[in-house]
Structures are given as structure tokens and as C-alpha cells.
Design a protein around this ligand. Structure first.
Ligand SMILES: [Zn+2]
Length: 318
């Protein structure tokens, strides 16, 4: 069954259950939103039928938890947890390399760069029976892996091969083996560009660009930031958004302290129309921050929200 994403109600976060009328209107099909990331940095959204993602929880999970860096107690740090899928026991060395690479990529971006000493980073050694992920290298190839990761998870009739999904329940179970997990990132054992947003963000472990997906997702989960892209809706007619980097006020008064200042993502802070899934009626602080396009910097408003969140979580920054 094909579900048209354009008919679905807008939702503020990537992982939200929704229902939408199926074609004909008689049957309802549950979907969840996933952000879809293109290699050129463009971000869009796709509705994934819930039935397309495996849901069954593992009865019990065990795995070794390896600290990548530990700088303090879990309740006083932001704990970032990697889980891997499609890595066999003999590939855990490669998995470790992928985790280290992703953390290096992430922590090179401000404000993570300045605050990386306040992060704990954990690697959960999830062992799979087979190497790789579903539908890689070709559509139809199935792998027996611990977290059921796979491409094409929106369905084969929709052209989003790069949407890399994970069994969120299983990934959450393994992620919870690490102390105080604040954000879980699932790395698939593949070099093909791909990833998705959600409660558990995903990224291709062996792809050098895929770490930017995690940077963007942490903008949501740490900073409470809105997406600044304007796909897929036309005009916004709702209330003032709660997120610090989106406003319905064309004056940009919400971030008046930064108006006219040079922003690290380029240009000056203003009120740029087109944000939070709408082309008109919502405004973003800058032309093109990482909340709009991967590979970019956070803008001044986004950075402030991230740093405020660090201070809330980390006692010695208060
Ligand atoms: Zn997003």
C-alpha cells in the first residue's frame, strides 16, 4: 500500500506516530515520519508505514559496553551512545573505527567542539549473525542482523533508497545498556550513504559524510531546535512555534539580540521566510544553517540553544 506523504498532518518531530487515510479513505494506515538526508545536504521528510519497520522487542539483550570517552557521571554529562548493526563478532574492530570516526566528525562542529569534554561517549558492541544491512548492495538482499537495519524502508515504490531504518525498540534496548543514554545513534555496517532521524538516529557507519546526520539530529534532541527547511507544506497558519529558532513573526523579534549579527553559518541573522516544513508564514534566523542543510554550521540562535542545554545538564557549566 502506498501512502502519500503530502496528505499527512504536519508534526514537529521526526518520530511521531500518525494516521493517514489510505487511498480510497476506507482503511487507515499508521505511519511515522523520518527525515531523509541527501548526499548534497538537502533534507526532506518521508512517511514510513509502521508495518515496514520490524517492531518485536528482543526478550533480553546483552552486549559489552565500551567507553570511547568518559568524563564524568552520567547524570552530569550528555551521554551519547552508539549501537551497531550488521557487524559480526570478527568485525567489531571495524565497528570501533566507525564509532571513533563518527564522534570525531561530530565533535569537530561547534558547539560540540568547545564542549566535547562534557560528553560521555559509549559504544555498545552489538553482534550480528551476518555482515551488512538489508537491501545492500541490492534491493532484495536480506541480512540476519541484531537491529534489523535496512535501506528502502519507506517501501519499494518510493524512490528513497537512502532512507536507512532500524528497529527502534531493539536499538533502544541495546542503547540502554550504556549508563544514562541521552541520544542513541545506530550505525549500519555499510558504506552506502544513508541515515534517518528519529528517537534513534541512524547513519551509515562506513560513509564519511553520514556523521553530519548525527550533528543535525543532536540539534533536535539537545537544543530542541526546529528544522529550518520548508518542505513539504505551503503556508503556515498555526500558533507561534515553541522552538527557539522558528517564528511566525516576520520581524524576528524572538531572536532580537542577534539581529544583524554575523552568523557562523554565513550571512547575518534576520528573519528568512520558509522554515519548519512551510514555505510561507514561518521564519528562520539565517539563510542556511545545519538545521536546513547538512554539512553547515549551527546559526547563532541554534548555538545558544545548544549551549543552554549543556548548562542545564552539566553542573559545572552553571
Ligand atoms: Zn531535522
Amino acid at each position: 500500500m502506498r501512502v502519500s506523504r503530502l496528505t499527512l498532518p504536519v508534526l514537529a518531530v521526526a518520530l511521531v506516530a500518525a494516521t493517514a487515510p489510505a487511498s480510497g479513505g476506507a482503511v487507515e494506515s499508521a505511519v511515522e515520519w523520518r527525515e531523509v538526508f541527501s548526499p548534497d545536504g538537502t533534507i526532506t521528510r518521508a512517511a514510513v508505514p509502521v508495518a515496514a519497520e520490524p517492531r518485536a522487542e528482543a526478550a533480553e539483550v546483552t552486549a559489552e559496553v565500551v567507553p570511547i570517552q568518559r568524563t564524568g557521571d552520567a547524570d552530569q554529562r550528555f551521554d551519547l551512545v552508539f549501537v551497531g548493526d550488521g557487524y559480526t563478532s570478527s568485525e567489531l574492530g571495524a565497528y570501533h573505527g566507525h564509532v571513533v570516526d563518527k564522534w570525531a566528525e561530530l565533535s569537530a562542529v561547534e558547539p560540540f567542539k568547545s564542549y566535547k569534554q562534557y560528553f560521555n561517549v559509549w559504544q555498545v558492541d552489538v553482534v550480528s549473525n551476518e555482515s551488512g544491512v538489508d537491501h545492500d548492495p541490492a534491493l532484495g538482499s536480506a541480512k540476519d542482523t541484531a537491529l534489523d537495519m535496512g535501506f528502502w524502508c519507506q517501501g519499494r515504490d518510493v524512490d528513497t533508497e537512502r532512507l536507512l531504518c532500524v528497529n527502534q525498540a531493539k536499538a533502544g534496548q541495546f542503547g540502554a545498556l550504556a549508563p544514562g543514554a541521552d541520544q542513541i545513534i545506530a550505525l549500519g555496517n555499510t558504506a552506502k550513504y544513508g541515515g534517518a532521524g528519529g528517537g534513534v538516529a541512524t547513519a551509515a557507519g562506513a560513509n564519511a559524510q553520514a556523521g553530519q546526520i548525527a550533528v543535525h539530529e543532536l540539534g533536535h534532541s539537545i537544543g530542541g531546535l526546529a528544522d529550518e527547511y520548508d518542505y513539504p507544506y505551503d503556508r503556515y497558519a498555526g500558533d507561534e512555534p515553541a522552538e527557539p529558532n522558528a517564528t511566525a513573526d516576520a520581524s524576528g523579534a524572538k531572536w532580537s539580540r542577534y539581529l544583524g549579527q554575523t552568523s557562523p553559518d554565513g550571512g547575518t541573522v534576520g528573519a528568512y521566510e520558509g522554515s519548519r516544513y512551510h514555505r510561507y508564514g514561518l521564519y528562520r534566523p539565517t539563510e542556511n544553517s545545519i538545521m536546513r542543510t547538512l554539512g553547515r554550521e549551527f546559526n547563532l540562535v541554534g548555538r545558544e540553544a545548544m549551549v543552554d542545554a549543556f548548562k542545564t545538564k552539566i553542573p559545572e557549566l552553571r
